[in-house]
Design a protein around this ligand. Sequence first.
Ligand SMILES: C[S@@+](CC[C@H](N)C(=O)[O-])C[C@H]1O[C@@H](n2cnc3c(N)ncnc32)[C@H](O)[C@@H]1O
Length: 317
Amino acid sequence: MSDITREDKKNLELLVKKETVCVPRFYRLYLLWGGMKNQRVPRKESSVHPAGHNVKILVNRVLSLVNRVLSLMGLKLSSAGGMLFFLKVPKVPKDFKQQYNRQLINLKKNNMGFEISQNFCYDLGSHPESYIDYECMFAARHLAARNPTSILDIGSYRHFSIGLLASYKVTILDIRKREPCLDNETVLTGDAKQLDIPSNSFDAIVSLCALEHFGLGRYGDEFDLVADKKAFNEMVRVLKPGGILVFTTTITRAAPSIAFNAHRIYDYEMIRSLCERLDLGEETFFSHEDGQFCSWEQVTNLPKVWDVYCGCWTKAE
Ligand SMILES: C[S@@+](CC[C@H](N)C(=O)[O-])C[C@H]1O[C@@H](n2cnc3c(N)ncnc32)[C@H](O)[C@@H]1O
């Protein structure tokens, strides 16, 4: 350490004062709070939100500032259902900090062509997971088993749909405009409740985390409180006999509700009645609390909180 310059010392002191520890995000509590990604991430310019939304963003920012300070003491403040909790975060081992400091000095001596900015991170443990991983796993498993020649994707996660293009020809329908990114992708911009597609067209239809939003205007579609039912009927219409419909949506064992205009939260009977003209392949649930697929009994019964329904259904030949 003898060749540390005065500037290095200053930087190190600053670093020790400022260091922020990146800890696994406490997804479950966060999700229970209802603070889904759209409340955490600033939306695009075109989005308009009610005042309450901005308050939540502000609260999140204040929490994150407080947590920067608390993380120095190995603590983290989290919020669930409006209550605040202290959680212990993994402490950064001393030798990791020392190594970091040494490497930083080396890097400054020889930056290997990189500009250096300091961002102290310590992300050990398992990968952070979310319900989205499980929805995608469920859909991927059923699509792989079926190996369809034509897929219609309605409003699923963009990354999932792009991944499908590695193996399949995919038609993507979404109310929000997007450009095709590969030759085997056809993009249709339109409303799921009224598809400009002939009946019996696709071997497989996939729709992840979309049904509960249809007709609530959130994504720019026309307000229509029964658009979800209309869209589901359309999916069944354009599915070939013998084809599979894989979809995921919100579910609760408590009373169904609408968080207007973000999403609906369905009960099991509602979902089952949508599927009445189809044959069941497989259905399962994902519990935010347990962070994994779960049985029906483990689905949340907290009011206005949702878990995930995953279903694979077949259209009779
Ligand atoms: C929760 S998002 C699904 C994930 C999102 N595509 C992503 O990449 O994060 C619901 C999707 O459904 C689309 N959508 C909402 N209402 C729709 C409608 N009536 N018809 C077609 N697509 C709709 C939205 O534009 C959005 O992309």
